[in-house]
Design a protein around this ligand. Structure first.
Ligand SMILES: [Fe+2]
Ligand SMILES: [Fe+2]
Length: 498
């Protein structure tokens, strides 16, 4: 509730206008011309540029980020980044006893501006496209405060382009150093060109100091990104690859507990993770997110692992002694239990999204069938209880590409356990029938996956499953074993939900 109210506040038009006005005032103050408030013509010109940057930035963000959530939150982020970059530059000039021009020449500001900070942070949270847009906006704002210097803009664009390419792939904090080294590699020739073209003949020592200042500022920007990242993740609700990688550790307490208390579910989750990662990468979605989603999607089963088929040994199922209605309640409850456990362990929002939606509103076929059998020839009340709608999960439906892929991988892995004879043709038929059943049941109605992507996901599942079940493959030894017909006993849905 509190989160919804905060989101509504962030999306409100009033907040956007207030933030815009405050940003304009702050920006003007930071870019104050040398004549102060009395140089009104310069002040007016800079105010106009700031307004143009603000509105132009909004338009660019809408074009670059078609995502629903990337609206005002990103716009606020853009303002913060531009102002923070300006503030850093001003802060160096305000430090008592610092005269950077004495050491770095008249264009000193070129070299101690935090070019990499904004694009690196944004690329890690929102991806490369938005990082380019925000890097461009921060670069223009910086250039304006440096009397329209083209050098500042060039260095900023260079940092943005490299950060946009590198940052979304960073999985460890130390890999930020690698991205910074690449930015430095691209920025160095620009500094040398600026030195050669400069009207003031700069000595080799000055150029060396300029490069040293640039590298030092890059390093400080990287450290600031590491420090600010957790706060930025909390503020924006986004999750970086670095955080996801932390949750991908199989030594995480939840996964370790699952391995000991629900080994069948643990194995199922590992296979789902393999299927989901390969399929997500095949359609350009986030493979690591799909993998980690596969690991955690069934953590809710930890409260009663013995009620799930994959954890039952030879002793029989506890469901045999229960009416189907009670079994349904226990099974459906694993989604709610998963959400509670996820909150307790502070799982990031995309993983919570997958836990809540991995069954969508699908039917628990096994217990529905059992209820139908028991209700045959019974009273109207029993017949109503056996209705299909009564045996559906509460939803909601999966929305993101990764959540849809995990939901599909989950159903396919569970269904693959019922294959008596494993052959490539039967695997293909099983995958096709599960995807078709989900499609006809409306489980993809809110999914971001296109038809072409769904087709690629299906092919990826067939490929991965064939390799994962390699040891169970029944090779055609003779004509009797040769299997050219599609499987006939493929279930529409997993027999017992996983
Ligand atoms: Fe599952
Ligand atoms: Fe599940």
């Amino acid at each position: 509730m509190r989160q919804k109210r905060a989101r509504r506040f962030l999306d409100s038009e009033g907040l956007r206008n207030c933030a815009g006005a405050v940003a304009l005032a702050l920006g003007l103050w930071l870019m104050l011309p040398s004549g102060g408030l009395f140089a009104w013509d310069a002040l007016l010109a800079k105010a106009t540029v700031l307004v143009v940057i603000g509105f132009g930035g909004q338009l660019l963000i809408r074009v670059a980020a078609a995502e629903r959530e990337a609206g005002s939150v990103v716009w606020l982020l853009m303002l913060c980044m531009a102002l923070l970059s300006l503030l850093t530059v001003r802060a160096v000039a305000w430090l008592p006893g610092t005269y950077p021009q004495d050491w770095l020449g008249p264009h000193a500001m070129l070299f101690y501006a935090p070019h990499a900070f904004a694009p690196l942070l944004v690329a890690m949270l929102y991806g490369g496209q938005l990082a380019m847009v925000i890097g461009l906006i921060a670069g223009v704002a910086l250039a304006m405060s440096a009397e329209g210097s083209l050098g500042v803009l060039l260095l900023s664009l260079c940092a943005s382009a490299v950060a946009a390419r590198e940052a979304p792939r960073l999985r460890h904090r130390m890999q930020i150093l690698r991205a910074l080294a690449r930015i430095a590699l691209w920025q160095t020739p620009i500094v040398l060109v600026i030195a050669v073209l400069s009207a003031h003949r700069e000595s080799l020592l000055t150029v060396a100091l300029q490069l040293a200042a640039l590298y030092l500022m890059l390093l400080l920007s990287g450290m600031a990104v590491i420090w600010v990242l957790p706060l930025a993740e909390r503020a924006t609700g986004r999750t970086s690859q670095i955080t996801l990688n932390y949750f991908a550790d199989l030594g995480h307490p939840l996964l370790h507990r699952m391995a000991l208390e629900a080994p069948g579910t643990y194995h199922h989750s590992m296979v789902v993770a393999d299927l989901a990662q390969t399929a997500a990468e095949a359609v350009g979605a986030n493979g690591l997110l799909a993998r980690v989603g596969g690991y955690y999607h069934d953590i809710g089963k930890l409260s009663r692992p013995e009620f799930y088929m994959e954890n039952q040994l030879c002793a029989g199922s506890p469901h045999d002694a229960l009416p189907p209605n009670i079994s349904r309640m226990i099974i459906v409850n694993h989604v709610k239990e998963g959400i509670c456990l996820g909150r307790l362990h502070r799982l990031p929002p995309p993983l919570m999204h997958m836990i809540a939606r991995h069954h969508g509103t699908s039917v628990i076929r096994w217990f529905h069938h059992k209820a139908m059998t028991q209700a045959a020839g019974q009273t109207d009340e029993r017949a109503t209880e056996a209705e299909e709608s009564h045996y559906r999960y509460a939803g909601p439906l999966p929305e993101s590409k990764e959540a849809t892929i995990v939901a599909l991988a989950d159903a396919i892995e569970a269904a693959s356990r019922s294959l008596e004879k494993v052959t490539p043709a039967r695997i293909e038929s099983l995958v096709a029938s599960v995807v078709e059943a989900k499609w006809l049941d409306g489980q993809f109605d809110r999914s971001e996956l296109s038809n072409a992507e769904l087709c690629a996901v299906r092919k990826s599942f067939v490929f991965t499953l064939t390799h994962l079940l390699h040891s169970r493959l029944a090779y055609p030894l003779d004509d009797q074993n040769r299997d050219t017909e599609p499987a006939t006993e493929v279930p529409d849905e997993p027999a017992v939900p996983s």
